[in-house]
Design a protein around this ligand. Structure first.
Ligand code: C2E
Ligand code: CA
Ligand code: CA
Length: 738
């Protein structure tokens, strides 16, 4: 669980890091994009400005070219011919949208296409023309018309062939019309372009701005944008000095400008074209870009958050599932053993009754109605247990038909009654399934507060094994002695294989005597387990145990082989050898090829089968044809079969006629009846019947002389018992063999 949490935290941290990383990337890209956008707009501004400058230059250049070529026609013109010559030029006025052409004679007398004659010698362009220079004026109010028209005048000197200047030729164009022809779309109509001359006068204005031609740029701009004074004065300086050589970007609070110098009229005229956009437009674009970026970021972050929440929910769900897997029982949906143990840890040292419950013959349900019905029964049982629990009591389903409970009660008796009641209800429920013979049994251990659950459970479990088979009993309380016995059995069980290997088992012999003359006629081999500390373990404490778990077959075979080998050895030593009967447990008969194996052992030893006999308890044979056949297989290869403990079974007399025995061994319990009339009559009839069936009769457990005499009178064949001899080690028995 601890480790789980760790993993969990790690995942959350990774998700957070990814989240932060993405936020950082988005923020950075917004920043970079804003920068790019700014550069892009700047570039755009520059492009538009350059284009505007080029358009202006082209227009002026066109007109300059026109008057230059027309000027050639004016060489040698005189006041008499001037009007006629100018008249020829009129067609160009329309084509070039010009207002008029005019020619100034060196004395300043000026003839225009309008037919006016004035003195314009005061005009600067006249002076410049006479000096051999081209000129382009700023915006002038029309001198020839008394109108408020605004014009620009462009002049070139008219040169004679010898290079002398004979006059000044020029044209006037309407400023407004010129401006209109200059319209350039820029920035969706929000930008504006204008040209200034060296005086800072606006000579051309297009686009969207409050500027008007003939205004002074610096004055106008300074009014609205005082903060930009340093920039403007620098611009002014450059323009005045004609130093402008390349585009410059000027950023002001309200506008972004891009200025491009335009040199025209063979370098005689320098204008400056400025293109500007309001900074609000610029910001609006950047803001829009930023907004998009933010929306993107928010979307991305939202997706990540949703993803993270889903992942975390999934993890939590998994955690829950794991908790369920760890602590919830799959069948009952209630606590499992782990949960029970965990809850027990929290009982704060309280003592109580730890109760292990098992449903005897539970498999009957599955056999009768299937596994599903079995699970339903388990669930019903669990519900009944859970219902019966007090607030400070606990229960858990261990597995299959096993439950574990922690209960409180005033005394053992009260608890017992409670458990009996539960068994009753569970039995009734099983009846609903039409399955009978089910019985809930309880092993109870009175548990002190501090004991570990596992230890206490093993004791409650052990107690349950001691519930009597009798239906009247449903619970057993843990008891140290019982437990020690069980522990001992477990220990013996574990020690058996090593004990066989290390020959801890010994063969003891109990002689048998002829009833007629008390001569030795044979013996019975009885097993003894010599413990490592030299103590003898009696067969009574391990034979029944090994019969239960099937290990007895190993012991029986060991005994059989040892006796065969021993007999062979005595024979080789030249002693007189008598038949020895070896016990074989009923459990050993269930093993495959048991006859075959015994035969092989016998043949390996090389002794004659007449010296080895087998003792088998009579209850084995009762009504069992197959066992009888098995015994006859032994007899077929010459081994005699003795029916052991005759008189302890129920249908003893019928067994006598089963025809698979050679000898009947009368049990000690029958022999003990000698002395009372009824018993003696019974013995008399058993012996007569056996004799009539041709059976050899041996009496066991004979301790008294009176018994010996009675048996001799009955013509019983052999006698075995403490009266003559107790079981003895081989060395001792050996002395009896001459
Ligand atoms: P069992 O086959 O009936 O053996 C006779 C038991 O009665 C022996 O007990 C013997 O010591 C005892 N006994 C003999 N004469 C008298 C007597 O006069 N008075 C009294 N009170 N007892 C007498 P043991 O040796 O303790 O053996 C107990 C049982 O263990 C045997 O009963 C037999 O069933 C089983 N057993 C012994 N050895 C083997 C073996 O190698 N294999 C198998 N499967 N069982 C064995
Ligand atoms: Ca026996
Ligand atoms: Ca016996």
């Amino acid at each position: 669980m601890q480790k789980e949490h760790h993993l969990h935290n790690k995942k959350v941290i990774i998700i957070l890091l990814v989240f932060l990383g993405i936020v950082a990337v988005v923020a950075y890209s917004t920043y970079v994009n804003a920068g790019n956008m700014e550069k892009q707009i700047e570039q755009n501004l520059e492009d538009v400005a350059q284009q505007n400058a080029l358009v202006l230059y082209t227009k002026i250049h066109e007109q300059h070219g026109l008057i230059q070529s027309l000027a050639k026609e004016l060489e040698g013109v005189t006041p008499d011919t001037i009007e006629e010559t100018l008249g020829r030029f009129e067609i160009f006025m329309e084509a070039f949208h010009l207002k008029r052409f005019a020619y100034c004679f060196p004395d300043g007398t000026t003839y225009s296409t309008d037919g006016d004659i004035t003195d314009l010698s005061y005009r600067e362009f006249y002076q410049q023309g006479m000096d051999g220079k081209n000129a382009l004026t700023g915006v002038l109010s029309d001198a020839l018309r008394q109108e408020h028209d605004q014009v620009n005048v462009m002049t070139v000197p008219v040169k004679e062939e010898d290079g002398s200047i004979s006059g000044v030729f020029g044209l006037a164009y309407d400023t407004e019309a010129f401006n209109e022809s200059m319209q350039i779309e820029s920035f969706g109509g929000e930008g504006c372009s204008f040209a200034v001359n060296e005086n800072g006068q606006l000579v051309m204005v297009t686009g969207n701005c409050d500027l008007v031609v003939s205004d002074n740029l610096f004055e106008v701009l300074l009014q609205g944008d005082v903060l930009n004074e340093p920039i403007l004065s620098e611009l002014q300086q450059r323009i005045e000095q004609g130093q402008v050589s390349s585009g410059v970007l000027y950023l002001s609070e309200q506008y972004y400008y891009y200025g491009v110098p335009v040199s025209m009229m063979d370098g005689d005229v320098s204008w400056y074209v400025l293109t500007m956009i309001p900074s609000t437009l610029f910001e609006a674009r950047i803001n829009e870009m930023k907004r998009n970026q933010y929306i993107m970021s928010i979307l991305v972050v939202t997706f990540i958050v949703i993803g993270a929440v889903l992942i975390i929910m999934e993890l939590l769900e998994q955690n829950k599932k794991m908790f369920r897997l760890a602590y919830e029982d799959a069948v009952t949906g209630g606590a499992n053993y782990e949960k029970f143990c965990k809850d027990m840890e929290n009982r704060a040292g309280r003592g109580g009754y730890l109760v292990s419950m098992e449903i005897m013959n539970f498999s009957n349900i599955a056999i009768a109605s299937g596994k599903k019905a079995g699970n339903i029964m388990i669930r019903e049982t669990w519900d009944m247990i859970e219902e019966s629990l007090g607030s400070d009591e606990l229960a858990g389903h261990v597995k299959n038909d096993k439950f574990l409970l922690f209960l409180t009660a005033e005394d053992d008796e009260q608890l017992k009654q409670r458990l009996e009641a539960l068994t009753g209800r569970i039995g009734q429920k099983a009846g609903d399934f039409n399955v009978f013979g089910l019985r809930a049994v309880w092993g109870v251990y009175k548990m002190p507060g501090q004991e570990a659950v596992e230890v206490a459970y093993s004791k409650a479990w052990a107690a349950r094994e001691y519930v009597p088979a009798d239906r009247d009993f449903v619970c057993a309380f843990y008891n140290e002695a019982d437990n020690r016995k069980m522990q001992r059995e477990k220990e013996l069980e574990e020690r058996l294989p090593a004990a066989l290997e290390q020959k801890e088992f010994e063969v003891w012999y109990q002689p048998k005597y002829s009833a007629k003359d008390c001569a030795l006629v044979g013996s019975e081999a009885l097993v003894r387990w010599r413990d490592r500390d030299g103590q003898l373990i009696s067969p009574g404490s391990f034979i029944p145990l090994f019969e239960k778990n099937g290990m007895i077959m190993k012991v029986d075979e060991y005994m059989f082989r040892s006796v065969c080998v021993q007999q062979k050895q005595w024979m080789a030593e030249g002693r007189k050898v008598y038949p020895v009967s070896v016990n074989i447990s009923r459990a050993s008969l269930h093993y495959r090829d048991v006859v075959q194996r015994y035969r092989e052992i016998l043949q390996e030893s090389g002794i004659s089968p007449e010296y080895i006999q087998l003792e088998i308890t009579e209850t084995v044979v009762e009504g069992r044809r197959d066992v009888c056949e098995l015994l006859n297989e032994f007899r077929d290869f010459g081994v005699k079969i003795l029916m052991d403990d005759f008189g302890t079974g129920a249908s003893s007399l019928a067994t006598l006629s089963s025809q698979c025995f050679d000898t009947v061994k009368l049990d000690k319990s029958l022999v003990d009846h000698i002395g009372d009339k009824g018993g003696e009559i019974m013995l008399y009839h058993i012996v007569s019947m056996g004799q009539a069936l041709g059976l050899h009769i041996t009496a066991e457990g004979v301790e008294k002389e009176t018994q010996v005499e009675f048996l001799r009178d009955l013509k019983c064949d052999d006698i075995q018992g403490f009266y003559f001899a107790k079981p003895m080690p081989a060395e001792e028995y050996e002395k009896m063999l001459q």
